[in-house]
Every structure is written in C-alpha cells, then in structure tokens.
Design a protein around this ligand. Structure first.
Ligand code: SF4
Length: 350
C-alpha cells in the first residue's frame, strides 16, 4: 500500500512552499497554520510570517502584539500565542534549534501528537505517524469504520502507525495528507483516481460517501452581544484589550458584553460599559449587526454608536483600554468579527 501511495504522490503531490526547504522552523509554522485553516488561505500568511519573523530567534524576540497582528484573519489566535511562547522556550532550552525528538516537541505549547508527527516526519524524515482531520477521514473509509472517528481514536492511531512507510516517512505522511485533501475529499471522493481503491473497504462496500460516520450534534448555542463604539469629544474611539488567557486572548476589541434575558441592546451596552470600563455613556444609533460562528457557538454582535459622558476609563474586565483615532485602528490586532465593525465605521465617517 505504501508503494502505491508513494508513486501516486510522486506524480500528483501538491507543490507547497514549505516542502521546498527542510527548515524545521518553516515546517513548524506551516503545520500550525494548517491546523484549522485551508492551504490556499495559509500560503500568503506563511510568506508574510517568514518575512516578519524569518527564524526562531526573530519570533522569540518579537513583541506579542506584532505576532498577533501578523496572525490577524487566520483565527484561533491561541496558535499564534503558542508559537511565540514555544519560540522562547526553544531559544532558552534548546539553544534556538527546533528539537528533533518526540518528547521535547510534544512539550512545546500548541503541538499535539499529530502536529508533532507532521513536523518530525517532514523536517527530519522520522517515522512518526500523523492523524489530522483529513487522515482520519481517509483511514475511516479505508477500513469502513463503523463508529464516528472520535470514538475510535486509538484504532485510527494504530492504523496510521501500521501503514506508515518506514523507509520514506516524510513522503508517506505528506502523501497521506494530499490524498485526503485532493482525492479522498469530504464530499464526492474521487475514488476512481485513488491509488488505494483496491484496498479500500469503504469503496468496495459502496459506502465511501457515508463515511466517516458522524456524531449527532445538537445545535450550536447562539450568544447575543451588545457592543459599544464610544466616541469622545476629540473624535477618538475607546478600544480594550482582552485578557491574555481564553478566547481571542490579547486581541483588541470594542467593549461590550452579553445581553441578559429581557434586556434591550441599549440597556446592555450602558450596563456593560459601566461594569467593565467604569464610565457613563449615551447610547446612540445602531451601527451594524455582525454574525460570526466560532467552533462551539455563534454570536451576533449588536453594535451601537455611543458618546462618552463621564468617568475615567478603567481596565476592569480587560487588560488595557485606549482612546485611538479611527485611522489608528488598523495598527491593532482585532478579531475577525470586529473587522466588519471597523469597515462600517470607516464607511459612515467617509
Ligand atoms: S477509494 Fe475512495 S474512499 Fe477509499 S481511500 Fe480512496 S478516495 Fe477514499
């Protein structure tokens, strides 16, 4: 099986920028970016990242705000914070060289077993298996797995280890990822082009499109958030920095909070700003409503234009608050959902 996949890869494998060099740093960055993001989105970010932080020392020495700014738009910002933390650990504990043994790699923040396998096989040609989302799907189809992959993780890891080609682990793992991304796709797998067709139980049973089995899911919770764009008399806007830990940690945002049952958007905004920032505001017109989906919930941001009235802004529920001019907003890393607010603000103030 390994041979047929490798010869398919030699002809059909994707040309990807991080495959051109064996630099573990570049491979590590690409693996982290690819964890929750598609290749075509990652490529420009990857080049931009290497321009800004060309090696581990440069990343370790960078300011976290600059790192988050370079990540802006990729989502799941914990990945950027972990890259930064890990770069510092590599500099202090490994002399600036990316470690080449599994335990040391797994000790770095943000690197789980599959990412470690991806890095060690790609950078050092070590026979360490992988099991990312694409690979789970391919393997679940290959053996016609009769439960959702989440309930058979150990079996899938064993299978990934068993089929790994020990002579060419680098190419084998890359080939497996490519097979999942280009042939054994989530919808309409191109089985007629697949080098594993004759071994594939899913295909042989005609079940390839029904696999992998899915967990029955309850609908995602939906949160409604009141958000304030607060102006002062100098035409500046108040922004705050979220706590480092937790969702979107360290990013800047327009202040606000969850609308309580029975509360209007305006009442929520007034209350939240008093509780979180300690100031009084007059709530004005609605600016925009922004819908955004995270992995485990959806939000609707109800955004109001507000006028500062009194009080000294304090960082009560956040790390820092600042008054900024509208044209300074682009200098701060904001979550994706806030980018639409900035665009709306710019369009009304043009
Ligand atoms: S034969 Fe089809 S279902 Fe099976 S591994 Fe290949 S593409 Fe996937």
């Amino acid at each position: 099986m390994g041979r047929s996949l490798l010869s398919w890869y030699a002809q059909q494998g994707r040309k990807l920028p991080w495959r051109d060099n064996g630099d573990p740093y570049c491979i590590w960055v690409s693996e982290i970016m690819l964890q929750q993001t598609q290749v075509k989105t990652v490529i420009p970010y990857y080049y931009n990242w290497l321009d800004r932080f060309p090696n581990i020392e440069a990343l370790a020495a960078a300011d976290l705000q600059a790192v988050l700014k370079a990540w802006q738009g990729l989502g799941y910002y914990a990945r950027a914070r972990n890259l930064h933390r890990a770069a510092n650990i590599i500099v202090t504990q490994h002399g600036g060289k990316f470690p080449d043994n599994l335990d040391a790699v797994l000790d770095l923040p943000g690197i789980g077993r599959s990412t470690a396998g991806g890095i060690l096989s790609a950078a050092f040609n070590q026979p360490v298996a992988i099991l990312d989302g694409n690979v789970k799907r391919v393997l679940a189809r290959l053996v016609a797995l009769d439960v959702p992959p989440k309930r058979a993780i150990d079996r899938l890891w064993n299978l990934s280890e068993k089929i790994l080609d020990r002579d060419s682990p680098r190419d084998f793992n890359q080939a497996l990822m490519d097979l999942g991304a280009t042939v054994c796709t989530p919808k309409n797998p191109a089985c007629l082009l697949c080098p594993w067709r004759s071994h594939c139980q899913g295909y042989n049973l005609g079940k390839q499109s029904e696999l992998p089995m899915r967990e029955t899911r309850s609908p995602l919770p939906h949160k409604h958030i009141g958000v304030a764009v607060i102006w002062n008399d100098e035409w500046q806007i108040l922004i705050d920095r979220r706590p480092q830990e937790g969702l979107l940690g360290g990013l800047w945002e327009f202040p606000g909070g969850k609308i309580e049952p029975g509360e209007t958007v305006e009442d929520c905004v007034r209350r939240e700003i008093k509780e979180e920032i300690g100031i009084d505001i007059e709530v004005g017109d609605r600016l925009i409503e922004v819908e955004h989906a995270y992995t485990h919930f959806k939000v609707t941001l109800h955004v109001c234009q507000c006028q500062y009235l009194s009080g000294e802004p304090q960082a009560i529920g956040c790390e820092e608050v600042r008054w900024v001019d509208i044209n300074q907003l682009d200098d701060f890393p904001f979550p994706k959902a806030n980018e639409k607010i900035i665009a709306a603000l710019k369009s009304v103030s043009d």
